[in-house]
Design a protein around this ligand. Structure first.
Ligand code: CDP
Length: 226
């Protein structure tokens, strides 16, 4: 399980609904390497706080809670999974209370240090594709492959709205746009590790592209270089 010489890292960053998650998961599957969703860990911590009745704006309380949580990581079908204090949070990660609070948890510097350490440890499982907001800039600045996916806000709101209709059967496109814009603003203006284009990252504007086109672009480039 050591980080072997031939293990490589593909870092994919970008704002919400830029296509990051689907593209990263699919690219990892095609490359036959592990897929790591870093946002899931910030969401996991948020879920834990909500569950324990901790106010996410109370950094001291969040840190205190975080320091007594026990996280376990494992790979299942080439996807990084985790439990928090023995519970699998997967089904709750995209729930409304979590999505409305996660950006506030992610501004807490101590939370970021904790997550960055855990995220780096996942490379022990082997080559990986990791997606997030600060992967190519902070978590793995030396990653062999770095991409920054973007799309127009309206297109991103349309995509997220479609997802919500599929998962929750409801959703208002204007409200989705304002929620995304709010989260983008918190993510890009925070002091610690703001959302930015990492040094050396290739920017892909996915507005007019299909998921497959973006995936193929990345997979072909990785395969050509290795
Ligand atoms: O799916 P979506 O892009 O909307 O969200 P996500 O990737 O699950 O991330 C949720 C939130 O976690 C983001 O809005 C950020 O506030 C935070 N996050 C972060 O700060 N750094 C990361 N590497 C990943 C997520």
């Amino acid at each position: 399980m050591s980080n072997k010489q031939e293990d490589f890292i593909v870092a994919i960053d970008g704002p919400s609904a830029s296509g990051k998650s689907t593209v990263s998961r699919e690219a990892a599957r095609k490359l036959k390497v592990n897929y790591v969703d870093s946002g899931a860990m910030y969401r996991g911590m948020t879920w834990k706080a909500v569950r324990e009745g901790v106010d996410v704006k109370d950094a001291v309380a969040v840190i205190e809670l975080m320091n007594r949580t026990r996280w376990e990581f494992f790979i299942e079908d080439l996807v990084l999974k985790f439990t928090i204090d023995g519970d699998d949070p997967t089904d709750h990660l995209r729930s409304e209370p979590v999505r409305e609070r996660v950006a506030d948890i992610a501004v807490i510097p101590e939370v970021r240090v904790f997550m960055v350490t855990r995220l780096r440890e996942t490379a022990e499982f082997g080559a990986l594709v990791m997606e997030g907001r600060d992967i190519g800039s902070v978590v793995f600045p030396d990653a062999e492959f770095k991409y920054y996916l973007d799309a127009d806000p309206e297109e991103r709101a349309r995509r997220r709205h479609k997802e919500l209709l599929e998962t929750e059967g409801k959703g208002d496109v204007e409200q989705v746009l304002s929620s995304l814009t709010r989260r983008d603003k918190i993510d890009s203006t925070r002091k610690t590790a703001p959302l930015q284009i990492p040094l050396g990252a290739k920017v892909i504007n996915t507005t007019g592209m299909t998921i497959d086109e973006v995936v193929d672009f990345i997979v072909d480039e990785v395969n050509a270089t290795r």
